[in-house]
Design a protein around this ligand. Sequence first.
Ligand SMILES: O=C(O)Cc1cc(O)ccc1O
Ligand SMILES: [Fe+2]
Length: 434
Amino acid sequence: MSGLRYLSGFGSEFSSEDPRRPGALPVGQNSPQRCAYGLYAEQLSGSAFTAPRSENKRTWLYRIRPSVVHRPFRISDNRNINHNWDEEEPNPNQLHWHPFDLPVGGEKTDFVDGMHTICGAGDSKCKTGIAVHVYSCNVSMGNRAFYNSDGDFLIVPQTGELLIKTEFGRLRVAPNEIAVVQQGMRFHVEISEPSRGYILEVFGRHFELPDLGPIGANGLANPRDFLAPAAHYEDVDGRFEIVAKYQGRVFSCEQDHSPFDVVAWHGNYVPYKYDLSKFMVINSVSFDHCDPSIFTVLTCQSDRKGTAIADFVIFPPRWSVQEHTFRPPYYHRNCMSEFMGLILGEYEAKRGGLAPGGATLHSIMTPHGPDAGCFEAASAEPLRPARVADNTQAFMFESCLGLSLTKWGAKTCDKLNPDYYKCWQNIKKQFDDK
Ligand SMILES: O=C(O)Cc1cc(O)ccc1O
Ligand SMILES: [Fe+2]
């Protein structure tokens, strides 16, 4: 399985045919009276039919059976995933979670059962909002496939490589890579070791590359480094379970064949992956600390110009060269919510404060910034060119929405650190009025 094939590009019009069935893709039309090999044609729409061309997304799938061949959905008792934003009182404190547990003891948990919602806002029915989840699993999904009716998933593995089988083909996604599986796309997660990571879900809009403005035509995440899977089908009859997230609840139904039976497809609505080490870092080479938006990998825009429902931002290894500058992140109060996680290493503003697999949330107007130790060290350090954050990768989900915690995020997970505020208490008064 090592030699997976990928198609490179972001938002491109791709075509792909499983090499075992040449000619499966119709030529010159989408819906032939009879498709090659007796396949069925099915369109998956990721935008309104009438969306402007620049935002119009759809893919044509040529498959052994159309997706409609399944038995009725029944609601499941899985409430780990939810969009109940009124379970907890609002909390304006700085929040820090110790690393979320991998499944404990002999219990077997797959990707879907191991998904827990931590916080979010908005309404999947009105198609505006986000949810932040963590996943933690120790078995593959077996004969189960999952899809999300509510929005798109941006998956950030922190430990353990994921083999994500989709209707479009397969993606291998290791820590320090991300995958985006968009609304409606069926997928299955296979793992070979206990695995954990974070998920940013956006309702009703898709991720885009940020505009580059004066940066020019190249830089940050370059489109050709985004990889979509090449068509790969399985022709397997037998009991399969389809799990759907619909309006924030989990449903399940059965069918008697694998949903991964797409032999060929074409279109611009696809799952994709991206290797974060390919990010071209742009930063100040003179003085001062740039806003972290300079590290935006993908953005999901709201209707307000330049204001993101959610930005996915990383803090990659880089050189720091600014002169006469306090180089770490500045003290900050923000009109946006900042959820952060750590994939590996340590975060530059909080050595030891944020551990891989843990998280922080600095909510709207909640003060935050470097801890006392970081401030003192960075105020005194000789300002030579220096590597920042080697072998590390922190990230941020930044949102214009005010986020509510779920009961699991606030209590059940039992990972909130009540002492987090202490990391700022030793910041000294150093005012010198002489
Ligand atoms: O809060 C944080 O650590 C994220 C952050 C990083 C940075 O470099 C500047 C501002 C900011 O909010
Ligand atoms: Fe911040």
